[in-house]
Design a protein around this ligand. Structure first.
Ligand code: GLA
Length: 393
């Protein structure tokens, strides 16, 4: 039985009615970390692991949410002016409903059954996937056209749900790639203009994701603190560089010239962001040329910079990268996502994938005393309705 049909059956057992099915993928990021909220460049790929939602419209304005992952049901009233976050999984779908309405997109009440297959808290954007799948479900069940929907607008609405309702000041990368992913491709995305270009991943290269099994808690402060550091850098630099709006607007040469304006920590944060932006552009060029060696070197530099300058890595991530670099067939390795635990992304020559997988799992388990999960996902397609018509029976 497919995931869609088993979810539809489960939905029927809870809600006694037919469902439409929607899904949205998680993501990995090949390079360009902590650059999105600096109006910079990123290069993520959607992964073949999804958040699935089965849903039906209601005649009232209630949102009845059931999470299979948390085995929990939550009800709220869209008509209530006092919808508040509760610091739980339901903040994401409820936040999306609130922000859709705030954007002028009228939403009906709905029953939603949510089943995520993306590991939670692993830096693979399970939260963006639940937001995007919810946006599709609520819009479609409320009669909006979801086929020709403005995906950039939906990405912003989902980001807003996370920023303003769930309290995490994330950038646009995760929601955007979940909405715009392309099979077999990474996206080179300009987070200021939202222009993007799909870049093919060579056929003989596999994306292998290694989960350290250490959970980060981005929302609990460090992530928002990094973002505030970047904003401070822009404020301080703008006394010498009027007109800059984000670190995206500052060159390495300008940063070096005005270094004395910045406290040491803020300088290091800015140095990471500005050099990471340059690495993304170089990495995209090298991938287009089929120069995987350069791409791999840039991934390594990105990891070092995140560890030493931006300080968002951790011992387990550093260990996983170090072990990857010792395996046969490794073309590049680095932490992926916000950091403080979670996963690494590895480009592996496909002839060695199985060997890589087995050996790194064994070596990590031995050194960290934790059993890692290793995923091999080919870049997946975009989010959307799985089939538009409810199937009865
Ligand atoms: C998290 C955020 C993204 C991005 C990354 C770091 O995944 O949700 O917006 O900032 O961290 O690159």
């Amino acid at each position: 039985m497919t995931r869609a049909s088993s979810l539809r059956e489960l939905f029927r057992s809870y809600f006694k009615t037919d469902a439409q099915i929607f899904r949205a993928p998680g993501r990995t990021n090949l390079i360009g970390e902590h650059t999105d909220y600096n109006d910079g460049f990123v290069m993520p790929a959607a992964i073949g692991a999804y958040c699935w939602i089965a849903g039906s419209a209601r005649d009232d304005r209630r949102l009845v949410l059931r999470s299979e992952n948390f085995d929990e049901a939550v009800e709220s009233d869209l008509a209530s002016p006092s919808l508040r976050p509760t610091k739980s999984w339901s903040d994401y779908p409820i936040g999306v409903a609130v922000m859709l309405e705030r954007a002028g997109l009228k939403i009906r009440g709905a029953n939603l059954l949510i089943q995520g297959e993306i590991p939670i808290g692993a830096g693979l954007s399970s939260s963006a996937a639940i937001e995007v799948a919810t946006a599709y479900a609520l819009l479609s069940l409320s009669g909006h056209d979801v086929i020709s929907v403005d995906r950039a607008k939906i990405a912003r609405i989902c980001q807003q749900a996370e920023n303003e309702f769930a309290g995490m000041r994330c950038g646009i990368m995760d929601q955007f790639v979940s909405l715009n992913g392309q099979e077999g491709h990474a996206l080179l995305l300009d987070c200021r203009s939202l222009e993007f270009e799909p870049v093919p991943i060579p056929k003989n290269v596999e994306l292998v994701i290694c989960n350290t099994m250490v959970k980060h808690s981005l929302a609990s402060g460090e992530y928002n603190r990094r973002r505030a550091d970047c904003e401070k850098a822009v404020r301080l630099l703008s006394s010498a560089l009027p007109g800059i709006r984000a670190l995206r607007d500052v060159s390495l040469e300008q940063l070096a010239r005005h270094k004395s304006l910045l406290p040491e920590v803020i300088y290091r944060r800015a140095l990471h962001v500005i050099s990471e932006n340059a690495r993304v552009i170089e990495a995209a060029d090298s991938l287009k040329r089929g120069d995987i060696a350069t791409f791999g070197r840039l991934m390594g530099e990105s990891h070092d910079s995140l560890r030493d300058l931006y300080e968002v890595s951790c011992a387990e991530l550093d260990l996983m990268v170090e072990l990857a670099n010792k395996q046969k067939g490794t073309l590049g390795a680095r932490m992926t996502g916000g950091g403080f635990g979670g996963c690494t992304i590895n480009l592996v020559d496909s002839r060695f994938t199985e060997e890589f997988r087995k050996n790194i799992a064994r070596a990590y388990e031995y050194a960290a005393k934790l059993t890692p999960e290793i995923y091999v996902w080919t870049p997946a397609g975009l989010a959307g309705p799985v089939d538009a018509e409810p199937v009865s029976g």
